[in-house]
Design a protein around this ligand. Structure first.
Ligand SMILES: Nc1ncnc2c1ncn2[C@@H]1O[C@H](COP(=O)(O)OP(=O)(O)OP(=O)(O)O)[C@@H](O)[C@H]1O
Ligand SMILES: [Mg+2]
Length: 237
C-alpha cells in the first residue's frame, strides 16, 4: 500500500538554527501516527515543513506517491494536507460559523461548504449551539474544537495536528482524543504531535520520538509504551 506520507532525510530550520537534522518517517494510510518529544525537539518544525510553511533544506517529502517538496503550502492544502497549528489561531472577532467557513477556502472544499458545516455541527454539537458567538469568547477547549473543525472544513486527507490537547482540562483532552479516533474511523490519516505521551501512544498505530531534531526511537504505539526508555524519559517510571 502506498504510504500517505514519506519524509526522507528532512532538514529544516530558522536562520542559522537547524531544528531538524535529517528525519525520515512514514505515515501509513488511515493511521494515527504520532510525533513525540520534549519541548524544542522539533515536532512543530516537522509539521510546518510537511505543511510547506517552512522550506525544506534537505531531503524529500512524498505525498501519496507524489514528490511535493517544491510545492507551495496552498498547493499542499489543495492536495489534502491540512495543518491545525499549535495555539489554535482562530479569529477572535469572527463568529464560530465565520471561522468554520474560512476553513473551506480551497476550491475543492468551497463547493462542499454547506455539507462541511453540517458535518462539523454533527461532530461538535457545542459549536452548533455557539455558531453566532465570537470565536474569542469561547473557552480554551471550545477554541480547540473550533480549530479542529475548521481544519476538517478544508477536506483533508492528511491531518497534521500540533498539540491539540495542550492546556486543556482532562475531560476536554479526552474528548479531543476520542474525536481523533473517530476521524480515523471515518477514513482520515492523522499525524499528531503531542506531549501527553501515554494517552497519545494508546491511540497511536505508529510513533516516532524526536530528540534535538533527530529521530531517537520509533515503533508501534504498543511497542513504545512498553519501552523502558519511553517510561523513564516521558512517563516518569
Ligand atoms: N521561529 C523560530 N525561530 C527560531 N528558532 C525557532 C523558531 N521556532 C522554533 N525554533 C527552534 O527550533 C527548535 C525546535 O522547535 P519546535 O517548535 O519544532 O519544537 P517542538 O518539539 O514543537 O516543541 P514544543 O513541544 O515546545 O512545542 C527549538 O530549538 C526552537 O527554539
Ligand atoms: Mg511545538
Amino acid at each position: 500500500m502506498t504510504a500517505v506520507l514519506e519524509a526522507e532525510d528532512l532538514a529544516a530550520g530558522y536562520g542559522d538554527v537547524i531544528a531538524l537534522h535529517g528525519v525520515s518517517l512514514t505515515v501509513a494510510p488511515n493511521s494515527i501516527t504520532v510525533l513525540l518529544g520534549s519541548n524544542g525537539a522539533g515536532k512543530s518544525t516537522f509539521l510546518r515543513t510537511i505543511a510547506g510553511l517552512l522550506p525544506t533544506r534537505r531531503g524529500h517529502i512524498v505525498f501519496s506517491g507524489q514528490d511535493i517538496t517544491s510545492c507551495r503550502s496552498d498547493q499542499r492544502v489543495d492536495l489534502g494536507i491540512v495543518m491545525v497549528p499549535e495555539g489554535r489561531l482562530i479569529f477572535p472577532q469572527l463568529t464560530v460559523e465565520e471561522n468554520l467557513k474560512l476553513g473551506a477556502f480551497s476550491p475543492r472544499a468551497r463547493t462542499r461548504q454547506a455539507e462541511g458545516l453540517d458535518q462539523a455541527y454533527v461532530m461538535f454539537p457545542r459549536l452548533k449551539e455557539r455558531r453566532s458567538q465570537m470565536g474569542g469568547t469561547l473557552s480554551g477547549g471550545e477554541q480547540q474544537m473550533l480549530a479542529l473543525a475548521r481544519g476538517l472544513m478544508a477536506r483533508p486527507q492528511l491531518l497534521l495536528l500540533d498539540e491539540p490537547t495542550l492546556g486543556l482540562a482532562p475531560v476536554m483532552a479526552t474528548m479531543i482524543f476520542e474525536t481523533i479516533k473517530q476521524l480515523k474511523a471515518s477514513g482520515l490519516t492523522i499525524l499528531l504531535a503531542e506531549q501527553d505521551v501515554r494517552r497519545t501512544l494508546e491511540i497511536a498505530d505508529q510513533g516516532y520520538v524526536l530528540e534535538s531534531g533527530k529521530l531517537a526511537m520509533s515503533g508501534s504505539g504498543a511497542e513504545l509504551i512498553a519501552d523502558q526508555r519511553i517510561g523513564s524519559a516521558y512517563l516518569g517510571i
